[in-house]
Design a binder for this molecule. Structure first.
Ligand code: PLP
Length: 426
């Protein structure tokens, strides 16, 4: 075995991993386009976009150039008391591309922190107005919002580590997960928000509702309908709580629209962005909000938003984000994602006939095969690598979210590999 890999196993933690019984790990030498190059010469077609992020694939000349140019100018300066063009340009783009009501931007260094900032904005909104005790959030079963503590406190209460950290985690309210799956399109009609409304009716300590619009990601890759989101917005207005959308996974085209919430023709008070923001190059996130939130936080004209990461608005990351957004918008991305969606539906539809497949769902450039049992991630990854693809299932889910630049033949290889594995095991 590659001795670097041995070192890695013995000394480095990977996501949600053990050093005593490490997961199988593959050594990547380089990445280019949709290909990940292994050290044994094998090339894998990437079906994961490095967790939603690498929408343009890897080693993209335009993004590389943005990085090089910015590094010659300045790689970083503190954002306290200083500003720079990459941050100004990026804030203009984000304000321009999102709903007209979202006019203010807070930059941070990762998605989880963007969620922390969003929660803090919502709490400070009430505190500054002298309305005390509004210090809880409504979130949803099967939701995922990150791994820092406040973010964890709004993640699914079963899979979200609440048991492990009980006694330390803040207690929030959980509503039923949105139920309108894509499998049976008729189910789109039954929108049940009664559990949300019950919580809003019975509790006056709620600061905000937080949800991932249209797709619940890491908590189960669950797709729900825009009508649900619109109805949720109505409830937030009716009960006068803030609405936070976490688009860290769905932002920048993944679901077929630039932002998933657009499909509901509504807008949140606070919006979190991350992951694909820099095309998967550097860690950067943003929390946007509307005038109402700003006015609340500055109610006495003195309030300050109490957050300020060291690497806030890092110029390298902002420059790449600017280049990534321009690159996306300069391509026929909507058409491309529609084509990916169509091909995924066509090639994966038959998977529903496998004995242990309980659902097949596709939305934009996302495909999900849900099984009736947990998969052996290690075994499946090894099989996928043998098939020349990089697909990493978790829990009961085998899923794809390839870079948008993927060619039809390459996408076929991904869906073929899934069918191969289903045939072998399920
Ligand atoms: C990944 C993710 C986060 C956390 O982002 P990190 O950059 O990993 O901290 C938060 N919310 C959603 C919806 C995500 O998919």
């Amino acid at each position: 075995m590659n001795h670097n890999l041995t070192w890695d196993k013995e000394h480095i933690w990977h996501p949600y991993s053990s050093l005593k019984s490490p997961n199988s790990t593959f050594y990547i030498q380089s990445a280019n386009g949709v290909n990940l190059q292994l050290d044994n010469g094998l090339k894998l077609i990437d079906g994961m976009s490095s967790w939603w992020a690498a929408i343009h694939g890897y080693n993209h000349p335009v993004l590389n150039q943005a990085l090089i140019e910015q590094s010659k100018n300045m790689s970083h300066v503190m954002f306290g008391g200083l500003t720079h063009q990459p941050a100004i340009d990026l804030s203009k783009k984000l304000i321009e591309l999102t709903d007209p009501s979202l006019d203010f931007v807070f930059f941070s260094d990762s998605g989880s922190v963007a969620v922390e900032v969003a929660l803090k904005m919502a709490l400070q909104y009430w505190i500054a107005q002298g309305i005390h005790g509004k210090n809880k959030f409504i979130s949803f079963n099967r939701g995922y919002h990150g791994d820092t503590f406040a973010a964890m406190s709004v993640c699914d209460p079963v899979t979200g580590m609440h048991q492990l950290f009980s006694g330390f985690l803040h207690q929030n309210y959980f509503a039923q997960a949105p139920t309108c799956f894509s499998k049976d399109l008729n189910k789109y009609k039954t929108i049940d928000l009664s559990s949300v409304e019950k919580l809003l009716m019975n509790n006056n300590d709620i600061a905000a509702i937080i949800i991932e619009p249209i797709v619940q990601g890491a908590g189960g890759m669950r797709i729900y309908c825009p009508e649900y989101l619109a109805a949720l917005n109505n409830l937030a207005e009716k009960y006068q709580v803030l609405l936070i959308f976490d688009e860290i996974a769905t932002g920048f085209g993944r679901t077929g629209t630039l932002f998933a919430y657009e499909q509901a023709n509504i807008a949140p008070d606070i919006l979190c962005l991350g992951k694909a923001l820099t095309g998967g190059y550097l860690s950067l996130a943003a929390t946007l909000c509307n005038q109402k939130v700003v006015d609340g936080i500055h109610y006495d004209n003195q309030g300050v938003l109490m957050h300020g990461p060291t690497f806030m608005a890092n110029p390298l990351a902002c420059s790449i984000a600017n280049a990534s957004i321009d690159l996306l918008l300069s391509t026929p991305w909507q058409e491309k994602i529609l084509k990916i969606e169509h091909q995924l539906k066509q090639q994966l539809a038959e998977c529903i006939d496998f004995q242990h497949v309980s659902d097949v769902r596709v939305k934009g450039a996302i495909a999900v095969i849900e099984l009736d049992q947990n998969v052996d991630t290690n075994a499946l990854c090894e099989d996928f690598v043998e098939q020349g693809v990089w697909i990493r299932p978790f829990a009961k889910l085998i899923y794809l979210m390839p870079p948008f630049i993927i060619e039809p033949e390459q996408l076929s290889q991904l869906t073929q590999a899934i069918k191969f594995v289903l045939t072998k095991y399920y």
